[in-house]
Design a protein around this ligand. Structure first.
Ligand code: G3P
Length: 217
C-alpha cells in the first residue's frame, strides 16, 4: 500500500520523506488554511520535495470553473493530481481533466455508487472518507471493501485512496482490505510505530543492560 501524507505542512512532509515513507501528498482547502500559506506557493514547494502525486483541490462548484482551476493547478508541476469533489459537476471536470492527461483525485466519496461513477469518469484516484463515515456510526472500512470488490470485478484502473484516516488501526485495516493508497496525517503515520509491548520490552532490556555494566561504544 502506498502512503500519502495528508498535510500541507512542509516540515512534516520532509521528515517522513527522509524516511522513505512518502509516496505522495494530499491537500485540501482546510489543510491549506491550516498551513497559513498561499496554495500555489506551498503546493509548488511540496511538488519539488516529493516525486509522487500531490493532490491540489479545486474550489469552484461549476464544471467549467473547476476545469479552469484544475488546468491552473496542473501547471504547477507534472506530479499534480487535480482534486475534484464527487458531485455531478466534479465528474464532468474529472472526465475533461483526465482526458487532457492529468491525474485526477475524486474526493469526498461516501458510497460505492459514487466510486463507480468516478471510475467511469476516468479518475486516477477515488478518495473514500473513512473517518467521517465512522463519525456517523457507519463503518468506513465496509465502503473500502465494497469499492475494492467493484473495481476488481470490472478491472477498473482507478486507485482506491483511503482518506479521512484517523488512527493507526485504520491504516492496517485499509491495507488488509487492499486499498491501493492510504493518506494519513503525519501523527497517524508515526503512531503506527507505537506498541505498548515494544516500550515495555525495551525498558526491561535497558534495565538488564545497565546491570551488565558494559558499553558498546
Ligand atoms: O483526506 C481527507 C482528510 O483530509 C479529511 O480528514 O479527518 O477531516 O475527515 P478528516
Amino acid at each position: 500500500m502506498k502512503f500519502f501524507v495528508d498535510t500541507a505542512d512542509t516540515d512534516a512532509i520532509a521528515e517522513l520523506n527522509d524516511l522513505g515513507m512518502v509516496d505522495g501528498v494530499t491537500t485540501n482547502p482546510s489543510l491549506i488554511l491550516k498551513s497559513g500559506r498561499d496554495i500555489l506557493e506551498v503546493t509548488k514547494e511540496i511538488c519539488e520535495m516529493v516525486a509522487g502525486p500531490v493532490s491540489a483541490e479545486v474550489v469552484a462548484t461549476e464544471a467549467d470553473d473547476m476545469i479552469a482551476e484544475g488546468r491552473k493547478l496542473a501547471e504547477i508541476a507534472p506530479n499534480i493530481a487535480v482534486k475534484v469533489p464527487l458531485t455531478w459537476a466534479g465528474l464532468k471536470a474529472c472526465k475533461v481533466i483526465s482526458g487532457e492527461g492529468h491525474m485526477v483525485n475524486v474526493t469526498l466519496c461516501f458510497s460505492a455508487n459514487q466510486a463507480l461513477l468516478a471510475a467511469k469518469a476516468g479518475a486516477t484516484f477515488i478518495s473514500p472518507f473513512i473517518g467521517r463515515l465512522d463519525d456517523l456510526n457507519l463503518d468506513g472500512m465496509d465502503l473500502i471493501s465494497d469499492i475494492r470488490q467493484i473495481y476488481d470485478n470490472y478491472d477498473f484502473k482507478t486507485e482506491i485512496l483511503a482518506a479521512s484516516i484517523r488512527s493507526a488501526n485504520h491504516m492496517s485495516q485499509a491495507a488488509l482490505i487492499g486499498a491501493d493508497v492510504a493518506t494519513a496525517p503525519p501523527n497517524v503515520i508515526k503512531a503506527m510505530a507505537s506498541h505498548v509491548l515494544t516500550d515495555k520490552g525495551l525498558d526491561a532490556f535497558l534495565k538488564d543492560w545497565a546491570k551488565t555494566g558494559q558499553k558498546i561504544l
